[in-house]
Design a protein around this ligand. Structure first.
Ligand SMILES: Cc1ncc(COP(=O)(O)O)c(C=O)c1O
Length: 360
């Protein structure tokens, strides 16, 4: 019988804390489309300041934050964006930049660490002399941390170099910073410095920070004015949105300090998994709160069956392919949850478990 649930599917699964719920109950609100909701204004002002940008805008999701940002930067027909072939925008956002925005994606290979080679980025930028034939490159997108690479951090040096390339060619730089605070904490670089080279950043409130809903985009006053209008176009203008922003303000003020703990727990879990016969994690590459691990073929176990075994023990993870599983740490996973998870894996080695699972 399952005695507890350890939900490691994503850092989006957190439930609002009591303090967030209390803040939502008492939030001062107004119509954020007619006027400016005061609690939304508070959140946006705090976020703009932390990120070192002129202005900010609350949006319902990271997907909408990225879409609005790309569309603001690429507001002329036949615009092209250079972005990673393994980036969230390219893979998991329904191709919205193309289907809704008419923006042409030009992908560059993402390396294992989430970077794209600088010379490949530069080579992907269209020669304006060929504009009769080519789309016009207007934007470069980075993702920090890079989710599909296992939460790897892009360094400030790398980001600055991409920023220089963008400037040299008259382009804008957008960062999908769904987990930018994780990167800032892991690198020990203030977040405003990390995104200094960017013209816009989309920051998720509902991931590591633990708010129930929303993202914030930051940039110049002009960028945010255009973004506000596009948010309305996309149906993201919300009336008494301060109810949601109140929880996000608590998340921003209280949960940033918890990210370091999430990273430490991820390391403990990664090291522990590595010691289990039949599993393999490149623990040195676990820089933040995401772990991808392999179920080795010799273990005669598949990821699917291992996920089922874990689920039967209350441990929820994400199946990522026949031999690959994803785990994400967040502030509602305790040290004891980590130990419980490891103990479930450790019960026996996987080869033995294979026999066990066949019997039952
Ligand atoms: C790197 C990255 N960017 C953007 C998003 C989109 O955020 P949302 O789910 O709020 O639309 C996610 C969500 O998982 C993400 O991991």
């Amino acid at each position: 019988m399952v005695t507890r649930t350890v939900d490691l599917r994503s850092d989006t699964v957190t439930r609002p804390t009591e303090e967030m719920r209390a803040a939502m109950v008492t939030a001062e609100v107004d119509d954020d489309v007619l006027a400016h909701d005061p609690t939304a204004f508070l959140l946006e002002s705090e976020m703009a300041k932390i990120m070192g940008k002129e202005a900010a805008l609350f949006v319902p999701s990271g997907t909408m934050g990225n879409l609005i940002s790309v569309l603001v930067h690429c507001d002329i027909r036949a615009s092209e964006v250079v972005l990673g072939d393994n980036s969230h925008i390219h893979i998991y956002e329904n191709g919205g930049i193309a289907t809704i925005g008419g923006v042409h994606p030009r992908t560059v290979k993402n390396n294992e660490d989430g970077t794209m080679d600088i010379h490949s980025i530069e080579a992907a930028i269209r020669d304006p002399a060929g504009e009769l034939l080519f789309p016009t490159t207007r934007l470069i997108c980075l993702e920090n941390t890079h989710a599909n690479s296992g939460g790897r951090c892009l360094s400030v040096e790398y980001t600055d170099r991409v920023g220089e390339v963008a400037k040299k060619h008259g382009l804008k730089l957008h960062i999908d910073g769904a987990r930018i605070f994780n990167a800032s904490v892991a690198l020990g670089v203030p977040v405003h410095r990390l995104v200094q080279a960017a013209d816009s950043v989309s920051v998720c409130l509902s991931k590591g920070l633990g708010a129930p809903v929303g993202s914030v985009i930051v940039g110049s006053e002009t960028f945010i004015t255009k973004a506000r209008r596009l948010r309305k176009t996309l149906g993201g203008g919300m009336r008494q949105v301060g109810i949601l922003c109140a929880a996000a303000v608590v998340a921003l003020r209280k949960n940033l300090s918890k990210l370091e703990g999430d990273h430490k727990k991820a390391k403990i879990l990664a090291d522990g998994l590595n010691q289990i016969n039949g599993l393999r994690v490149d623990a040195a590459k676990v820089e933040t709160n995401i772990i991808y691990f392999k179920v080795m073929e010799y273990s005669r176990m598949t990821a699917e069956r291992l996920c089922k075994y874990l689920k039967d023990h209350g441990i929820l993870v994400i199946y990522e392919g026949e031999f690959r599983i994803r785990i994400v740490l967040h502030h509602q996973i305790s040290a004891s949850d980590v130990q419980y998870t490891l103990s479930c894996f450790q019960v026996t080695n996987l080869a033995h478990m294979h026999i066990h699972l066949c019997v039952y």
